[in-house]
Design a protein around this ligand. Structure first.
Ligand code: 4NP
Length: 166
């Protein structure tokens, strides 16, 4: 929970142009649909800085749109203040989680870092959200399938643990 009383979630991948901005949009819509928009602050960032300022990858936007997600985030890099500002920092794969734990300044900050794969339920063969950047269309669809599954569980977990009334 932030000082403003909001539950804050930061999704993190490598480039912040494929997986994490999609995760941000998926969770944001779930929060909006449950009437919890005022209670959450959701953002995304990358561990790498190559695409700073860019919109999400065109392929990610093209695959997200038919599912009703407009991806309008502009890429940014993870910064030290994120570890203070966010209650939960969610890495998409083991490398993201490893990088984030190294960037954390304290044990408390390290403890905010979780793995998106731990929230995947319907796809038991996946323990992470794979990087689609060098993949074809099916890679982007898979990312969206995994994110919709994981975000649903993530949101339910936050609601239960904090006794949030919907
Ligand atoms: P993302 O995908 O981490 O899901 O945003 C990538 C985007 C760009 C690069 C790698 C992964 N890249 O190497 O530029």
């Amino acid at each position: 929970m932030t000082e403003s009383g909001k539950y804050s979630v930061l999704f993190v991948c490598l480039g912040n142009i494929c997986r994490s901005p999609a995760a941000q949009a998926v969770l944001q819509r779930m929060v909006d649909e449950r009437g919890l928009s005022d209670r959450f602050y959701i953002d995304s960032a990358g561990t790498g800085g190559w695409h700073i300022g860019a919109l999400p990858d065109k392929r990610m936007r093209v695959h997200a749109r038919p599912r009703g997600y407009e991806l309008t985030h502009h890429a940014r890099k993870v910064q030290a203040s994120d570890f203070e500002d966010f209650g939960m920092i969610v890495g998409m794969d083991a490398a993201n989680v490893d990088d984030l734990r190294h960037l954390a300044a304290t044990i408390e900050q390290q403890d905010k870092v979780v793995m998106m794969g731990d929230y995947i339920r319907q796809f038991p063969h996946y323990d992470h959200v794979p990087d689609p950047y060098y993949e074809g269309s099916e890679g982007f669809e898979l990312v969206l399938d995994l994110l919709e599954d994981a975000c649903d569980n993530l949101l339910n977990r936050i609601i239960e643990q904090n006794n949030i009334q919907q």
